[in-house]
Write a protein that binds this ligand. Structure first.
Ligand SMILES: C[S@@+](CC[C@H](N)C(=O)[O-])C[C@H]1O[C@@H](n2cnc3c(N)ncnc32)[C@H](O)[C@@H]1O
Length: 195
């Protein structure tokens, strides 16, 4: 779904943290069929890295209905009605398997982000890739995981073109005084490096 420029960006960010020794695992929150996570695992395999894992976080049943009281920015959001966004864990596992990349360096975090991320067994991250489309999904990912992103690690946001996602990113950066410069990847993707 994410296109070549965002795949190239992801590979570049991973190669940078590997070259510079920025500590931490990789995660994508919102994986759909698993494409970006499969690339993450493939880059680790290409460089024969066996001491980092890829966390694959998704409900595997699509997006949640908007929680309009908690996140007014999501009012009227219809992503949860899109059946094509619900891809089962078995299908995603099978997609990894097709590339020979399903092993113990791939860790599934199955469930709603609000239930899985805060308590996920993650010590530190060097790649934090957000692709949950909505305000709630984006802010929950940032609140739970950004504090665990290492200095020099990359925060990559797939959906900055979506108003809810953009608002969540802007709110989080303002509240937590994240001033690292954002760079555009393409018409929707942006990223920055934690300072
Ligand atoms: C646009 S798709 C992700 C595309 C994917 N990154 C790729 O590389 O093709 C959004 C995904 O986020 C998941 N998602 C969104 N919000 C979520 C939430 N709050 N909890 C769990 N999963 C969520 C959906 O199930 C869906 O698979």
């Amino acid at each position: 779904m994410i296109g070549l420029k965002r795949l190239d960006n992801l590979q570049h960010c991973i190669e940078t943290v590997l070259t510079e020794g920025v500590p931490g695992d990789f995660i994508e929150t919102g994986v759909w069929r698993g494409g970006a996570c499969i690339l993450m695992r493939a880059v680790l395999a290409a460089y024969r890295i066996d001491d980092r894992v890829v966390f694959v976080a998704d409900s595997f049943e699509g997006l949640p209905p908007p929680d309009e009281n908690k996140y007014p920015a999501d009012k009227g959001d219809v992503h949860h009605k899109h059946d094509y966004l619900a891809v089962s864990r078995a299908e995603v596992e099978n997609n990894f398997r097709k590339y020979g990349l399903l092993d113990d360096q791939v860790v599934f975090l199955q469930g709603w982000f609000r239930d899985t991320l805060a308590t996920a067994p993650i010590e530190s991250l060097s790649i934090l890739r957000l692709d949950g489309d909505m305000y709630g999904s984006t802010i929950e990912s940032l609140e739970s995981l950004y504090p665990r992103l290492s200095k020099g690690g990359f925060c990559i946001v797939d959906d900055y073109a979506l108003p809810g996602c953009k608002m969540a990113v802007d709110d989080y950066r303002k509240k937590h005084q994240v001033n690292a410069e954002m760079e555009a990847i393409d018409w929707s993707g942006i990223f920055w490096r934690k300072e």
